[in-house]
Design a protein around this ligand. Structure first.
Ligand code: HEM
Length: 534
């Protein structure tokens, strides 16, 4: 039930959030407030009928017009975790005038995304999502189930074929291994030469280019220099992108914010335009040089799919060419930001826990040696490294929420009624820090994923970490993501020792967004004795 408060209190609340969205004139502000009050009066009388036998969702009382935005706005993963302790694993908040259901707890998330996966497989029509990939994104758009499923299948098959393709020489087991080994070795050289010149380096700045080069290799058949200004400009905007599409962005839920001057949204549109122009240029070059008998990369294979379909008169023509070739935009975007954020966090954790860094190096030295580059096949012999990666995923929970979901029909969960088209947040951070699931969840301790004697990975424990989502919308790049993080890290750990820069203490407070980043920092690295067995 909504509590009524004096109008001046509502107005005060609205004025409190206006600074978030930039400066507005007094008359614009007043028109906005009057409009919102009218809309609120109408909404107040709109009442959801609860079917018999089901309960109304619990949750904090929303304020008129702004809902619970003030309680949620700052670090939503933490505020919504605190709320789950009070209201349980299924509860409702209101952001602006829009109800949002928040799910926490391993069992509840599993029930919704796996057992009732169909019901929760949609995406909400959030304002910011319309600007991603011109509204044609595979991950963020509200495509109907059939279209989304067809595109997802195509994307998965294209990714699989180009990751598992043979390497250019028998030395490599597959193209992904070749790309990562070459970029990893190049990254080591790059970091040492930056160290020689400047005495320290910004880990994200260099890791992001190496990771982008791996996905560029698969998607576009090309790599970029670490000084390429066009690529650098693009990949360095990923934190601003993530800050807008992270769960809980007020402009997505409070419609009036779309019509008021809003610097962040303007910048978000610019970033998307720049990203689309970059990919579009490469795609049109691919159309110009496309040769059916020489499919070079994922872009070619998607173009080929469109060409084949045109020859087939019975083809299902529901998915446009634009939406098919546009898949490459999603793969490129998702393929560099997530992995470079994970790797950059990993380097920062290595610096924060030097004794763990030494144990990891010793494991590599014993199992791989110091005269050859690690390979994907070494993974099975490096349980501590695998445990370290799992603990980075869990402890940092750098994807605190999945991309928001949406119910595609009326449904219920744990006895609560959830209507069709309800926006749903999945709090991955809560699952990864739930004291019911983890002993001392705030402690960074990779050994929690190892057997008692430390020689084997405890796979069951590892499966509890939630970072790729689950069910119908589960990340399609998971296998590539896990392999890439492992192989890059193995190469870096084998060759380099990372350290804090004196006078620059580490600040590990994450900055909230779709992917949470650590603050940009300066670190030091020194070469380990390479090419000689001890
Ligand atoms: C460490 C690396 C990665 C992490 C942690 C990660 C995590 C995630 C998460 C949490 C989601 C949302 C799931 C949901 O909404 O329920 C997602 C979706 C997605 N990911 Fe990843 N991801 C990673 C790497 C990749 C890579 C390398 C690619 C592709 C090259 C990729 C492509 C996608 C796509 C296309 C979706 C949207 C799927 C859909 O909506 O059907 N991801 N990922």
């Amino acid at each position: 039930m909504i509590v009524h408060k004096p109008l001046n209190k509502y107005i005060k609340m609205v004025l409190m959030i206006l600074p978030i969205i930039g400066s507005v004139s007094v008359s614009e502000g007043l028109v906005a407030i009057v409009t919102l009050c009218l809309v609120y009066m109408l909404m107040k009388y709109k009442h959801t009928e609860i079917p018999e036998g089901l309960n109304r969702l619990p949750g904090p009382k929303p304020l008129p017009i702004i809902g619970n935005v003030l309680e949620v706005y700052n670090n939503p993963h933490l505020s919504l975790t605190a709320m789950s302790e009070r209201y349980g694993s299924v509860f409702q908040i209101q952001i602006g005038m829009r109800p949002v259901v928040v799910l926490s707890g391993n069992e509840t998330v599993r029930q919704a995304l796996i057992k009732q996966g169909e019901d929760f497989a949609g995406r909400p029509d959030l304002y910011s999502f319309k600007f991603i990939n011109d509204g044609k994104s595979l991950a963020f758009s509200t495509d109907k189930a059939g279209v989304w499923r067809a595109r997802r299948k195509l994307a998965m098959s294209a990714l699989r074929s180009f990751a598992t393709l043979e390497g250019s020489t028998p030395e490599y087991s597959c193209a992904l291994e070749e790309h990562v080994c070459k970029e990893g070795e190049y990254l080591v050289k790059q970091l040492t030469s930056v160290m020689d010149v400047s005495g320290s380096f910004d880990p994200f700045r260099h890791i992001v280019v190496s990771v982008a080069n791996v996905i560029c290799g698969m998607c576009f058949g090309r790599r970029y220099s670490h000084d390429d200004q066009e690529l650098l400009g693009l990949v360095n905007m990923s934190d601003e992108f993530g800050q807008v599409v992270g769960s809980g962005n007020p402009a997505d839920f409070i419609p009036i914010l779309r019509y008021l001057p809003n610097r962040t949204m303007k910048r978000f549109m610019e970033i998307n335009d720049r990203f689309n122009t970059f990919v579009q240029k490469i795609v049109s070059e691919h159309y110009d040089s496309y040769d059916k008998d020489n499919i070079r990369d994922i872009t070619d294979s998607l173009i080929d799919h469109c060409e084949d379909r045109k020859l087939d008169e019975n083809a299902n023509i529901q998915v446009s060419d634009e939406k098919i070739v546009g898949i490459v935009n999603d793969l490129f975007g998702a393929g560099f930001d997530t992995i470079s954020t994970a790797l950059s966090w990993a380097v920062v954790y290595l610096v924060a826990y030097p004794e763990i860094q030494e144990r990891l190096h010793q494991e590599l030295k014993e199992k791989v040696g110091m005269i050859r580059t690690p390979r994907l096949s070494d993974k099975i012999n490096l349980p501590l490294l695998e445990a370290f990666i799992l603990e980075i995923f869990r402890h940092s929970s750098f994807l605190p929420f999945t991309i928001p979901h949406c119910t595609i029909k009326d449904t219920s969960l744990n006895g609560y009624f959830i209507p069709k088209d309800t926006c749903v947040f999945i709090n991955q951070w809560q699952v990864n820090h739930d004291p019911e699931l983890w002993k001392e969840p705030s402690l960074f301790n990779p050994d929690r994923f190892l057997s008692a004697d430390g020689t084997e990975l405890n796979k069951l424990e590892g499966e509890k970490v939630l970072v790729f989502g689950m069910g119908k919308r589960r990340c399609i790049g998971e296998a590539i993501g896990r392999n890439e993080v492992y192989l890059f890290l193995a190469i870096l750990l084998q060759r380099l020792r990372f350290q804090e820069k004196p006078g620059h203490p580490l600040d590990m407070t994450p900055e909230y967004g779709l992917t949470m980043k650590h603050k940009r920092c300066q670190l030091k690295a020194s070469l380990r004795p390479w090419g000689q067995e001890e």
